[in-house]
Design a protein around this ligand. Structure first.
Ligand code: HEC
Ligand code: HEC
Ligand code: HEC
Length: 459
């Protein structure tokens, strides 16, 4: 009996020294390893990630034979469950036909490969060849930079920032928006007739003088009805991959249908709105000149969406990324370096520093348990998909104009930017805390993101 136990232990120890990935055969990781593409860079990068990373970041894993031993099984399953909570590579590395891999997946992958934090140390200790070789690291990093330069670098970015995860805003002219639709949308956005009692316009809750928000914890709609989730800014919102905290609208046009019908916002409906607008001869004439078919849910929401797309707010930070070295102070530059170093830019990525993914609020510690009083709005993406893995995932907000879009978070729990930064460090990064000085520097950087709208500085 004793002998048998010794043999078993030796067997377990030996098997743990083999790379998991080599022992798991015919798995989704294999799908990535043999991905077919005309692009050798993509093919090679997928082969590396498929062999070394995907097994812990996919829901469709099969355990290796030694997982039959209870302790090994526990460790492996824990790693896979945890890894999956952070990123699902099977879902994200093979995008739909013609779509590039998302900026957030590129950013996260780049970060952990560049700083050597993946695969986890405790795993490498047991799997001597589970890590990436220098050549493999270079292959993946090169692929990431290549996708970025091809798909995400914005017009006017300085060559040295072309490959970075954060990009400047493109010039608004490059969007080629129809100026007549912008003008109409502007009027409709500010028109209280979109609400049932003619008291509330879109601008009531998205005031262009208040950072595109109402600077309130929760918004007040018709008849004093108060909502239960913080109103995000409409500035630069056209660059988000979906709209609303839970992504229930695909784009700005679809989004604009929501508030009109929402009983605690505008409490109206399209026939009622159109009936009122038809009484307005001047507006109707202007509208017909652009939309000969006249008022409808589709035409009204389109005009509003085009107006919102025009609300770009370039800042000093953009001039810095465009190569104007002195556009930021030394402290702001230090803050930006820390922002990247602590991994903030992996979620707050791209040209609006956010808006490209849903992320669990409370990845490293339980935010909701600490806050208490958990209720439906906190469930985020889950409310739309009903998928358990989406519970507590919220669309990452943009950080542009963050100094003036307080209070912060979907629950509006603080208006203090430094506190918001410290909350992020604690719950969303593997660094439990940072020094006071570092938090100040990050705040200084974030303040440089306050931009201007049509040439007027925002404040
Ligand atoms: C043995 C399982 C395992 C392997 C192999 C593994 N990971 Fe992870 N991964 C995890 C776990 C567990 C976490 C959760 C965070 C932690 O424990 O540090 C994680 C977290 C992550 C994150 C989010 C963390 C962050 O800082 O943004 C990324 C991105 C990631 N892994 C990418 C990779 C890549 C790329 C590889 C291959 C080079 C890889 N992982 C290999 C288990 C694994
Ligand atoms: C009573 C206040 C109120 C009114 C009126 C209102 N909104 Fe909002 N808006 C909100 C709140 C609150 C949210 C967040 C709701 C959510 O995500 O569930 C939001 C979300 C949005 C978003 C999504 C932003 C993001 O980051 O996902 C856009 C865009 C937007 N509103 C535009 C509009 C437009 C256009 C109108 C007018 C047709 C309008 N809003 C009317 C309060 C309001
Ligand atoms: C894993 C993804 C992730 C990382 C990493 C991350 N954030 Fe966030 N951030 C989010 C999400 C999700 C929210 C929204 C949370 C909520 O509303 O409850 C958010 C919200 C914020 C807000 C409030 C925005 C608003 O308009 O309410 C600030 C400020 C912020 N993050 C800054 C940072 C900083 C600074 C770092 C680095 C220390 C960081 N974030 C790292 C995902 C992330």
């Amino acid at each position: 009996m004793k002998r048998l136990i010794v043999v078993l232990i030796v067997l377990v120890l030996f098997s743990l020294s083999l790379p998991v990935s080599n022992l798991i055969a015919g798995l989704p990781a294999g799908t990535l390893r043999t991905v077919t593409s005309d692009d050798p860079l993509y093919r090679n990068a997928m082969a590396v990630l498929g062999a070394k990373c995907v097994n812990c970041h996919t829901p469709e894993y099969k355990l290796p034979f030694y997982a039959a031993f209870p302790i090994a099984k526990g460790i492996i399953e824990h790693d896979i469950r945890t890894g999956l909570k952070f990123i699902n590579y099977l879902e994200t590395l093979i995008p739909e036909e013609g779509e590039p891999v998302s900026e957030v997946v590129l950013a996260k992958t780049e970060q952990v490969i560049a700083d050597g934090s993946m695969p986890p140390m405790r795993y490498l200790a047991l799997h001597w060849n589970g890590g990436l070789t220098k050549a493999e690291r270079e292959t993946v990093l090169k692929w990431i930079q290549d996708v970025r330069a091809q798909h995400y670098a914005t017009e006017g970015v300085a060559p040295k920032f072309r490959h970075e995860m954060v990009q400047p805003l493109p010039p608004v002219e490059s969007l080629n928006l129809d100026a007549r639709k912008v003008a109409l949308g502007d009027k409709l956005f500010h028109d209280p007739r979109l609400s049932t009692d003619n008291t509330i316009s879109c601008a009531s809750c998205h005031d262009l003088q208040k950072g595109g928000t109402d600077q309130a914890r929760f918004s007040t709609g018709v008849g004093g009805a108060v909502g239960d989730i913080n109103a995000p800014t409409v500035f630069n919102a056209g660059f988000q991959f979906m709209q609303f905290w839970d992504g229930r609208a695909a784009d700005l046009q679809e989004q604009a249908d929501g508030p009109v019908n929402n009983p605690i916002e505008m409490a109206s409906n399209w026939p009622e709105v159109i009936g009122k607008l038809e009484q307005d001869e001047a507006l109707t004439r202007e509208f017909l000149a652009v939309y000969p078919g006249g008022y409808s849910k589709d035409t009204i929401t389109e005009a509003i969406a085009v107006f919102e797309e025009s609300l770009l707010t370039p800042s000093r930070f953009d001039r810095y990324l465009q190569g104007e070295e002195n556009a930021l102070t030394d402290n702001e530059k230090r803050g930006y370096a820390l922002f990247k170093q602590y991994g903030c830019a992996t979620c707050h990525a791209g040209k609006i520093l956010g808006g490209q993914s849903f992320e669990k609020m409370g990845l490293y510690q339980d935010y909701f348990a600490d806050r208490g009083n958990v209720h439906t709005p906190d469930y985020g993406r889950f409310n739309f998909t009903q998928r358990e893995e989406d519970r507590f995932k919220l669309k990452v907000p943009t950080l542009r104009n963050i100094a003036i879009t307080f209070p912060y978070f979907h629950d509006g729990t603080t208006s203090d930017l430094k506190e918001a930064v410290n909350t992020m460090v604690k719950y969303q990064t593997r660094h439990a805390r940072i020094s006071d000085r570092e938090a100040d520097l990050i705040v200084a950087f974030l303040k440089s993101l306050t931009g201007e709208l049509a040439g007027q500085p925002l404040q």
